[in-house]
Write a protein that binds this ligand. Structure first.
Ligand code: PNS
Length: 177
């Protein structure tokens, strides 16, 4: 039987619990799900492509049929190369719909064999976005429960490099006899 491969493209800067919720849902309906992280030279991301990839790989380890890759250029070209027949996108609220519809129809025009599949994340993630997570973290607010703990830690280190330094010195002090 033909395996159904789907790609889940996005910026994931950073990945949120909403993304993970969608990945879990997608992993149940597709044989293989490829999380495809966009390298966008026009955007200045908070996390580099390799940092985003590393975090995504660590967080998707529990799912055997999920793998992580990066891409640049047209998403449909990447999807064809990955032998994907579907693109997974999350829709949180009506406000997402217009942009997502436009993108899905344009992608269909570019590659008619590729279907976009929309899924809704759990309600508690319906107001969550990477942009808001970045903004709240940058302004010193709490992002607990919005991103995995490891991502929260990476955000703190990114925004205040002294956090990493303090933790290194603490663990060094603990190691001393
Ligand atoms: O997480 P995002 O930023 O909402 O993801 C948007 C993404 C990566 C899916 C979209 O920007 C994309 O597909 N970019 C690749 C370039 C492309 O194919 N553009 C034409 C879209 S119709």
């Amino acid at each position: 039987m033909k395996k159904v491969i789907a790609i889940y493209p996005g910026s994931f800067d950073p990945l949120t619990n909403g993304h993970l919720d969608l990945i879990e849902r997608g992993s149940k309906i597709f044989d293989e799900l490829v999380v495809a992280i966009l390298r966008n030279p026009e955007k200045d991301p908070l996390f580099s492509l390799s940092e985003r990839r590393e975090m995504m790989e660590a967080m998707t380890e529990p799912w055997n049929n999920v793998r992580v890759d990066t891409f640049e250029g047209l998403m449909v070209d990447y999807a064809v190369k990955a032998k994907a027949s579907a693109v997974l996108r999350g829709i949180r609220a009506i406000s997402d719909y217009e942009y997502e519809l436009q993108m899905a129809l344009m992608n269909r025009k570019l590659e008619p064999g590729l279907e976009t599949v929309f899924m809704m994340p759990a309600e508690q993630f319906s107001y969550l976005s990477s942009r808001l997570v970045r903004e709240i973290a940058q302004l010193g607010g709490s992002i607990k429960g919005l991103v995995p703990q490891a991502v929260e830690q990476r955000l703190r280190e990114k925004l205040d490099p002294s956090v990493k330094f303090q933790q290194k010195s603490k663990s060094k002090a603990r190691k001393k006899p």
